[in-house]
Design a protein around this ligand. Sequence first.
Ligand code: ADP
Ligand code: MG
Length: 298
Amino acid sequence: ATPTAVMAAIGCATKRGVLVREGDALERLAEIDRAAFDKTGTLTTGEPTLCGVKSLSSAYTESDILRLAAIAEKPSSHPLGRAIIRGLKDAERAQLPNPNDFKMESGSGVSARIEGRAVAVGRLSWLKRIGAVGIEEAQSAAAVFEAEGATTVFIALDGTVAGFMALSDAMRPGIANVMRNLEKQNVSPMLMTGDHKEAAEHVAKEAGIDERFVDAGCMPEDKLRRLESLERATIRTAMVGDGINDAPALKRAWVGIAMGGIGSDFAVNAADIVLVRDDIRVIPWLVRLSRRMMRMIR
Ligand code: ADP
Ligand code: MG
């Protein structure tokens, strides 16, 4: 390999806010057949807004539900947790107490003790797994919001699902162009998300990602396993993600690309390439750059 071509390409990339952390990352990027994108925080801005709160229990008002969820999420850095807190009125947010026994379950939710109650906030499949009751009722109450593409976050109070919050997250600009541009270079885009199927399909449709290439409801290990099976099939896959939940998959991918701005240090440290400005519009350009670089080396 002629290091000059590689150095020149890395220099070009740096100017556009792309940090190349691994020496051979661009060589590998030139060879990809597939690009797997995380949804929340990667294809979307990761700054969702609260668009609805519902109580499923006569013992709690909607504002009780929101307040308890916000307390549980107070120590959390997850975009959904932060959005729930932003959904409070200013006065309430200013004096939000800290929860006790806070625990975070990556890709699932958070739990804590608040005012004597056991509180868990997160995805419904996780609440079910930890033994909460009222799952079916909650699922049918949330269906109308999910059909609109909203992300739903459920709250269990002392083991019963007592309500949920609906959040909507705007797409980053230019996503459909990114996907079209990758396809032109024979790279098929896919979507991998921890969110539910309806939210995933809503985003895939807007992005122009084929519905056969949509993986919803993924736990962090599911993303990893998916990358492993692509590897076994010798489908060279770049994974693009932002969160701690993406870190195992970023590490395993043929090339791992992390969002650098809002993303977690875990994602950045697991990645070969970091998009310092959180701008995924550079990815097709970067693939083209890396392929041109390889032609110069050969
Ligand atoms: P994505 O793969 O879309 O980036 P994550 O893997 O971070 O999403 O989360 C997957 C799902 O787990 C979310 O859609 C949400 O339902 C739930 N979840 C994870 N962390 C939290 C949290 N702190 N608060 C509420 N829900 C959470
Ligand atoms: Mg994410």
